[in-house]
Design a protein around this ligand. Structure first.
Ligand code: NAD
Ligand code: ZN
Length: 367
């Protein structure tokens, strides 16, 4: 039996189901909520090979006519050319507004498909079937969709909430361990933002989360609740939603500084280092005790995540250059540096006007 979390308000409320073997139940869950709908299943080549047949059979058994649309795996698919092929394929299948777009894949497929669903016929029904840990705890919740452009990541998109999220925790068994760890960093993030008891629970139970079973379901459910809570308070990121960027100002700068080369650094690894740095920086500014960053680093290292700039292979540019990458980050407004800092584990806050000179000195000492 799956856990169910109800998120969102009134007529836009939807269920997140979390549990094993949900792909097998996708057809009945969709048919129950969207009677008579036909479906386009958007997926990438890797996920198609592993999990597409299961969901296709389930849809068929529930009497749902489905068309599979495959895109190449990888961030490059969050682009105008791939969006166009997806939109064309949905229209070629003659789907209408009350038919459903199903995203079967990680955050790339979710962001791309959600955007397509948001714009075809001015908004089609949308179901997320996230297949990475990152997508289950982060990108499938909250309604942000979109693609990248030459000007930067995620600059074109819409807010489009799903009608249903099916997080099958068993599909994560086929995920490469490095991808699982990267998603785990985002899971830890919610504990560090405002759930100290969740962080402590992860410290005690992370091995079971990696192994699968009940603990994994609990962790994903907690993470979804945490994200949904923040999004409910601030859907369009005018305030509190920025807390979800804990570790991301440093993390994005490191991704940019390593040329988005996933052999050197994947997003979740950048976030892990970024969270460790945010905690160290907070201690340096006398906001938090050094015990806190030591605890954070110890946990991240225990699961095999990096925590230091020197953990990134291939070398980094100097502190000046890193600061430039930070200042280019879209969360920087009017020359002031905005960071998510902390007063301790689970006590993160939005710090505006952090002096660039402090950041520079900290980076110099951290390199
Ligand atoms: P991804 O979608 O590229 O998936 C990572 C890799 O795992 C891919 O190669 C994929 O083919 C493979 N894969 C997926 N599921 C698998 C499975 N079950 N077994 C084996 N392999 C599998 O990357 P991601 O980390 O899931 O998502 C990253 C994207 O999410 C970024 O584009 C980021 O911008 C976006 N994102 C969006 C939000 C949001 O709120 N919309 C939040 C965070 C991240
Ligand atoms: Zn992230």
């Amino acid at each position: 039996t799956a856990r169910t979390i109800r998120v969102g308000l009134e007529e836009r409320a939807y269920d997140i189901l979390i549990g094993r073997n949900l792909l097998e139940r996708a057809g009945q869950e969709i048919a129950a909520r969207m009677p008579g709908a036909r479906a386009a299943i958007i997926t990438d080549a890797n996920v198609a090979a592993l999990h597409l047949a299961t969901i296709e059979e389930s849809l068929k058994a529930a009497g749902i006519q489905g068309t599979a649309i495959r895109v190449p795996a990888g961030e490059q698919s969050k682009s105008f050319p791939v969006l166009e092929t997806v939109v064309d394929a949905i229209l070629a299948a003659r789907l209408e507004r009350r038919d459903v777009v199903i995203a079967l894949g990680g955050g790339v497929v979710g962001d791309l498909s959600g955007f397509a669903a948001g714009i075809v016929r001015r908004g089609m029904d949308f179901v997320q079937v996230p297949t990475t840990l990152l997508a289950q705890v982060d990108s499938s919740v909250g309604g942000k969709t979109g693609i990248n452009t030459a000007h930067g990541k995620n600059l074109v998109g819409v807010f489009h909430q799903p009608k249903l999220v099916l997080a099958d925790t068993g599909v994560l068994d086929t995920l490469p361990p490095r991808e699982f760890r990267a998603g785990y960093a985002e899971t830890v993030k919610y504990g560090l933002i405002d759930r100290p008891e969740f962080f402590a629970w992860l410290e005690a139970n992370w091995q079971e989360v990696f192994a699968g079973g009940e603990a994994r379901e609990h962790a994903i459910a907690e993470a979804c609740r945490a994200k949904a809570d923040v999004v409910a308070r601030d859907e369009r990121e005018s305030g509190d939603r920025a807390l979800l960027n804990l570790g991301h100002t440093f993390g994005h700068a490191l991704e940019a500084a390593t040329g988005y080369d996933s052999s050197r650094l994947v997003h979740g690894e950048g976030v892990a280092i970024g969270m460790a740095l945010a905690h160290r920086f907070s201690a340096r500014l006398n906001l938090a005790s050094p015990d806190d960053y030591q605890r954070v680093e110890a946990h991240l290292r225990a699961v095999g995540l990096p925590t230091k700039l020197s953990d990134i292979p291939g070398g980094l540019p100097g502190a000046d250059r890193l600061l430039e990458y930070i200042a280019q980050d879209k969360k920087v407004s009017r020359g002031a540096l905005t960071f998510i800092l902390t007063r301790g584990i689970g006590q993160s806050f939005i710090a505006k006007d952090v002096p660039a000179s402090e950041v520079l000195a900290f980076l110099e000492d951290s390199l």
